[in-house]
Design a binder for this molecule. Structure first.
Ligand code: NAP
Length: 243
């Protein structure tokens, strides 16, 4: 069985991705930080549909916690390896930069950017030895066009877009693809406090997207059908103009 790790899979986009990848036949490792009930709900949903998954809680902003959790999983699964990694966990702490506190900057860089490095690195060797893998990074429209009030978040997401392009070049010869997905407005807990009625007028498709719509794209990028796509940032935003 192929194994997929989805960070931030207790809620929102990550939850939909975990459920979709399990439907696609992966054994899914459901990462989350603290919301055990919601993570367990992801697990129950997968298992009741006949899929296979387990919980793997760790804080993606804590490099020691990542190291420990991944080492433990590897030690208990010496014959398996994670062939699909979806770096999805992320948070926003918005404020215009003149009022931005150190913690707003540091938390966002740790959770949204440093996590990419510390979660991905320990999984690379197995992908390289097995000559195959998929690394899929959840970024954002903000990382492409920049967003006022989100200098921290835009910087973190733009950083991952650069890392995606560079890592794709390092791993191409090993048949490992590295791509980023940049959603626009997607209905999740992260966007519940936004003025949806106003914002959706700016979207050519006149609505926010769903987490499932993002999960379908991840499912495609993870599949063999997407073998020749790498180093890309694919937008999924209902037509919002970004470049
Ligand atoms: P969400 O509904 O707020 O869910 C966030 C998920 O990330 C939860 O499962 C949460 O776990 C997990 N998480 C947060 N911090 C974590 C940490 N330090 N360690 C481990 N897990 C952590 O967010 P979402 O809207 O689904 O967003 C998912 C990704 O898409 C993020 O990277 C976000 O930046 C990106 N994105 C979202 C939108 C949008 O419109 N929603 C647009 C563009 C990009 P707990 O439940 O344990 O807290």
């Amino acid at each position: 069985m192929d194994y997929a790790l989805v960070t931030g899979a207790s809620r929102g986009i990550g939850k939909a991705i975990a459920i979709q990848l399990a439907k696609d036949g992966y054994y899914v490792l459901i990462n989350y930080r603290s919301n055990h009930n919601e993570a367990n709900d992801t697990l129950q949903t997968i298992e009741s549909a006949g899929g296979k998954a387990e919980l793997l809680a760790f804080d993606v902003s804590d490099k020691n916690a990542i190291k420990e959790a991944i080492e433990n999983w590897k030690n208990s699964n010496p014959d398996n390896y994670i062939s699909v990694l979806v770096n999805n966990a992320g948070i926003a702490m918005d404020n215009i930069m003149v009022f931005m506190e150190d913690e707003h900057w540091d938390n966002i860089i740790d959770t949204n950017l440093n996590s990419f490095f510390y979660v991905t690195r320990p999984l690379l060797q197995d992908m390289i030895v097995n000559k195959g893998g998929r690394i899929i990074n959840m970024v954002s429209l903000s990382g492409l066009k920049g967003q006022a009030g989100q200098v921290n978040y835009s910087a973190a997401k733009a950083g991952i877009i650069g890392a995606t392009k560079a890592l794709a070049q390092e791993l191409g010869k090993k048949k490992i693809t590295v791509n980023a997905i940049a959603p626009g407005f997607i209905s999740t807990d992260m966007t519940t406090n936004l003025p949806e009625k106003e914002l959706k007028k700016m979207v050519p498709l006149k609505r926010f997207g769903t987490a499932e719509e993002v999960a379908y794209l991840v499912s495609f990028i993870a599949s063999e059908k997407a073998s020749y796509i790498t180093g890309e940032t694919i937008q999924i935003n209902g037509g919002l103009y970004t470049r």
